[in-house]
Ligand binder design. Structure first.
Ligand SMILES: Nc1ncnc2c1ncn2[C@@H]1O[C@H](COP(=O)(O)OP(=O)(O)OP(=O)(O)O)[C@@H](O)[C@H]1O
Ligand SMILES: [Mg+2]
Length: 511
């Protein structure tokens, strides 16, 4: 390989946090004109490597060269000035600012010394169109869904004309069409000889877009591979630290173990004609004890709206909910919690995690709220609960008192799930619970969902990954345009049928 092709060369870089060796002498090499995947389980050190590279964290040891010269940065601004554009895993948009302002913040085009708003808006419109996005750039970003915000953040990273583009889980909340659009742009940038570092937990995407893959495990460098000569099963085995040969046999065994879909007759919840005028059309369904009802649909189809109505976050304008045959009034989350409902939301940053509290405090939060302030859980009890879920969900942390903001992204997600499981609910709503979670933990969470349902819990399961919905659910309700179209059971529950149901509606609408 030609040395001139190398953009960034990282050698033996280490980084320690109190109680955690996040990077242990890691090597990484990014070349011009390549898309390089960085893979590893939650907490493997991927985001830390990027933060050390871009100067957000100082490194403890090792060397970094950039286009052949020694390189050390002390801030992300400096990284951008050097041609390294980064989209961090935690999207840092400013909610109150407009889409256009967020894209150009700090780099506003000026005219006669003043910010040229007309120019900013027209630039922003052009920029977002590259991602096939059609939104009003003068609106505050907070006005839009998580997915759109993600696309705005990506647009900002793309607008810095740079030599290196770093994307830390850019696709976690995007649908298939949006991912395809992003990949189109990435391929074009690659043609222009940019080096692109791409982090994701979606194995399919890694194989679609990357040329090389570097695997990290527990902060250590495991290897660099050409994507085309690394079979998937080997990649996963490297990430999990298993012997590839033994692991592929194990997997074959598991695949033949089809889960039997169960039908129980013990009705827990009956929803009739629930609706919210202007946001969700009337829908009806029921869930029995021990049953998983999956919700499938494209982004914006009304999956999260359904969940929010059931949990009383949004107030229904019509319809009824019966619990064990009796009508209940779920007009607020408080009431939902009183009825032993639990809701794990999709947007963990805004609706979930409290970053400055410990893992222990975050996990017991919902349980404590249900018990009320006069029945405070002892510290010992809190710790027991936290330890139980750290173990159950394999949350990677040195202790229960670690601040949640110091956990890796995927491990923060697990803390939210733990919080709701700790309330011992009888109806659990999971909205995208495996987003940002690595393959190993994802399989664990899917197993957990099935196991909880076998213990009698009724679960509403929302996920953009159809395979996952099919795998975990006993029945699937298919949504489109904020409308539940139909319910699929048994043999009908496959990707092709679900897609056909969604598409048929489209045909009818157009016809
Ligand atoms: N600021 C911090 N303080 C303390 N520990 C930290 C901090 N940032 C990261 N860590 C720890 O370093 C390890 C690596 O975290 P990192 O965020 O790099 O993981 P990751 O590979 O990006 O995982 P994910 O896929 O979940 O995003 C984890 O054990 C994490 O808890
Ligand atoms: Mg990360």
């Amino acid at each position: 390989m030609d040395a001139a092709d190398i953009l960034i060369d990282i050698k033996r870089v280490s980084k320690t946090f109190p109680g955690v060796l996040a990077l242990n002498q890691v090597d990484f090499c990014l070349r011009r004109g390549e898309v390089h995947g960085l893979m590893g389980q939650n907490g493997a050190g991927k985001s830390t490597l990027i933060k050390v590279l871009t100067g957000l964290y100082p490194r403890d040891g090792g060397e970094i060269t950039y286009e052949g010269a020694p390189f050390s940065l002390s801030s992300p601004q400096e990284a951008a000035a050097n041609g390294i554009s980064t989209l961090y895993q935690e999207i840092n948009l400013i909610p109150a600012l407009s889409v256009a302002e967020n894209i150009y913040i700090g780099r506003e085009p000026k005219r006669f010394g003043c910010i040229d708003w007309k120019q900013i808006h027209s630039n922003a419109r052009q920029a977002i169109r590259k991602l096939d996005l059609d939104i009003d750039v003068t609106q505050p970003v907070s006005f839009y869904s998580v997915a759109v915000q993600q696309l705005v953040a990506i647009t900002r990273a793309l607008e810095i004309s740079a030599k290196v583009l770093i994307l830390d889980e850019p696709t976690s909340s995007l649908d298939l069409a949006e991912v395809a659009q992003l990949f189109k742009v990435i391929r074009r940038l690659k043609e222009e000889d940019m080096g692109i570092l791409f982090i994701t937990h979606f194995i399919d995407q890694v194989y679609q877009i990357t040329d090389r893959i570097t695997v990290l495990r527990n902060g250590a460098f495991i290897g660099e591979f050409k994507t085309e000569s690394l079979p998937r099963i080997e990649l996963i085995a490297h990430m999990l630290g298993k012997d590839p040969a033994a692991f592929s046999q194990e997997q074959e065994g598991a695949a033949t173990q089809e889960r039997r879909k169960k039908t129980t007759a013990d009705r827990l919840l009956e929803v009739r004609g629930l609706e919210k005028k202007g946001s969700m059309s009337a829908f009806s369904f029921s869930i029995n004890r021990g049953e998983v009802l999956g919700l499938a649909g494209l982004l914006g189809s009304g999956r999260s709206e359904t969940a929010r109505l059931l949990f009383g976050i949004d107030r229904a304008t019509g319809g009824t909910i019966h619990l064990d045959g009796e009508q209940v009034n779920i007009s607020s989350p408080r009431k939902a919690i009183d009825h032993l409902f639990a809701f794990c939301p999709e947007n963990r940053k805004e609706e979930g995690i409290i970053e400055d509290l410990s893992i222990r405090e975050n996990i017991v939060l919902a349980l404590q709220a249900r018990l009320g302030i006069f029945r405070a859980l002892s510290w010992k009890r809190q710790n027991e609960i936290a330890e139980r879920y750290i173990e159950l969900l394999s949350i990677k942390t040195p202790s229960t008192s670690q601040m949640v903001k110091n956990l890796s992204g995927g491990n923060q997600q697990k803390v939210i799930i733990a919080r709701w499981l700790a309330t011992d609910p009888r109806f659990l709503i999971l909205d995208e619970p495996t987003r940002g979670i690595d393959v190993g933990a994802k399989a664990e969470i899917q197993k957990l969902i099935i196991r909880l349902s076998e213990d009698g819990l009724a679960i509403l399961f929302i996920s953009s990954e159809l395979e996952e919905v099919i795998n975990c659910s006993d029945r699937i309700a298919v949504l489109r345009d904020r409308n539940i179209l139909t319910e699929l059971t048994g043999e009908e529950m496959d990707v092709a049928t679900i897609m056909r149901v969604i598409a048929e509606k489209e045909v009818q609408k157009n016809g």
